[in-house]
Design a binder for this molecule. Structure first.
Ligand SMILES: Cc1cc2nc3c(=O)[nH]c(=O)nc-3n(C[C@H](O)[C@H](O)[C@H](O)COP(=O)(O)O)c2cc1C
Length: 277
C-alpha cells in the first residue's frame, strides 16, 4: 500500500511555491561533489510521478557520471558551441531572443539578457547581428571563449542526464506524439523543481543537438537504441552562489504579467468580467 505523504496540504503548497519561484537555469559550474544516490533516486521518482497519457510513462533515462563519458560529451559540446558561434548559425537562428540592454528586456519581458560581456567586446555588441558581426566575434575569439566555457562546465558537472522518449509513444504527426511531449514537459518540470528543493541546479545542454553530426556522435556514445528518441541532455549538480559566473553570461528573470497573458471568454478580450456574472 502506498504511504500518503506525511505533510499536510498547506505545507506542500508553500514548498511548491518556493520551488517554483526559486527554480532557475544554472549557467555557472556546479560544486565538485557527486550527486548522492538518494537524490538521484528522488529526481527520477519525481520525473516519473508526472502525468502521462494513459500512464504510459513514455520515457527512459541515462545517468552519466563516469568521468571519461563526461569528458567525451564535454568535448562534443565545446566543439558544437565553437562551430555554432563561429559560423554565426546560433545568432542567426535565435536572434529574436537576445537582449543586450536592461531596458530592452524590461520592456519586452521575454528573451534573455546578455548582461555579462568582457569589456573589449562591449563596444561591438550592437554589431553581433549585423553583416560584420561574425567577423568581429571571430577576431575577438568569442567562439573559442564560449566553446572553452561550455566544455568545462559540461565535463565538470557531476551528473549528466539523457532524456529519451520511446518511439512507440513519441510518434510525431500523431496525437501520441503531442501527448508524449506534454508528458515530457511535466516530467522535466517535476525533476527541475525537485532539484531546486534539493539545492541542485539544472541546465539544458542543447549545443550538440544543434550540430547534426555531433548529435550522431552523442547517440553513438550513449548507445541510444532505434526504439528510442534522445530528446535532450541536461547537466546537474549542487549549486553555490560562491561559484563565479561564466565569462559571457545571461539572465532571464523577466516574465510577462497576468494582464499580458490572458483573455477572458474569447481571444483578445482583455476586459475582466464582473465576478458572479
Ligand atoms: C526547450 C528549452 C530549451 C532550452 N535551451 C537552453 C539551452 O540551450 N541552454 C541554456 O542554457 N538554457 C536553455 N533553456 C533554458 C531557458 O533559456 C530558460 O528556461 C529561460 O531563459 C528562463 O530562465 P530560467 O530557466 O532561469 O527561469 C532552455 C529551456 C527550454 C524549456
Amino acid at each position: 500500500m502506498v504511504q500518503k505523504p506525511a505533510f499536510g496540504p498547506r505545507q506542500i503548497q508553500m514548498e511548491l511555491k518556493e520551488a517554483i519561484q526559486r527554480r532557475r537555469t544554472t549557467n555557472r559550474a556546479f560544486l565538485k561533489k557527486p550527486v548522492s544516490e538518494e537524490h538521484i533516486r528522488e529526481l527520477i521518482y519525481a520525473a516519473n510521478r508526472a502525468p502521462s497519457h494513459f500512464n504510459s510513462q513514455p520515457w527512459d533515462f541515462i545517468l552519466i557520471q563516469d568521468r571519461e563519458m563526461r569528458n567525451k560529451i564535454g568535448d562534443i559540446a565545446a566543439d558544437s558551441m565553437k562551430q555554432l558561434i563561429g559560423k554565426g548559425d546560433f545568432f542567426k537562428r535565435y536572434q529574436k531572443y537576445f537582449r543586450f540592454g536592461k531596458k530592452e528586456i524590461e520592456n519586452d519581458k521575454s528573451g534573455i539578457h546578455v548582461d555579462r560581456i568582457p569589456a573589449p567586446l562591449r563596444p561591438f555588441i550592437s554589431k553581433v547581428f549585423g553583416p560584420t558581426g561574425i567577423k568581429v566575434m571571430n577576431s575577438l575569439k568569442v567562439p573559442s571563449i564560449l566553446g572553452r566555457d561550455q566544455g568545462k562546465i559540461v565535463r565538470e558537472s557531476p551528473l549528466l542526464l539523457a532524456f529519451m522518449l520511446k518511439k512507440s509513444e513519441y510518434r510525431p504527426g500523431e496525437k501520441s506524439g503531442i501527448y508524449s511531449l506534454i508528458s515530457m514537459g511535466a516530467a522535466l518540470e517535476n525533476l527541475w523543481l525537485t532539484a531546486t528543493s534539493l539545492g541542485m541546479g539544472i541546465q539544458f545542454v542543447s549545443t550538440p543537438m544543434e550540430v547534426p553530426q555531433n548529435w550522431q556522435k552523442i547517440l553513438k556514445l550513449l548507445a541510444v537504441p532505434d526504439s528510442h528518441e534522445l530528446m535532450a541532455i541536461y547537466r546537474l549538480g549542487y549549486t553555490s552562489e560562491s561559484i563565479k559566473r561564466p565569462t559571457i553570461d545571461w539572465v532571464s528573470d523577466q516574465r510577462r504579467e497576468f494582464e499580458d497573458l490572458v483573455s477572458f471568454e474569447f481571444f483578445g478580450n482583455r476586459s475582466r468580467p464582473q465576478a458572479g456574472k
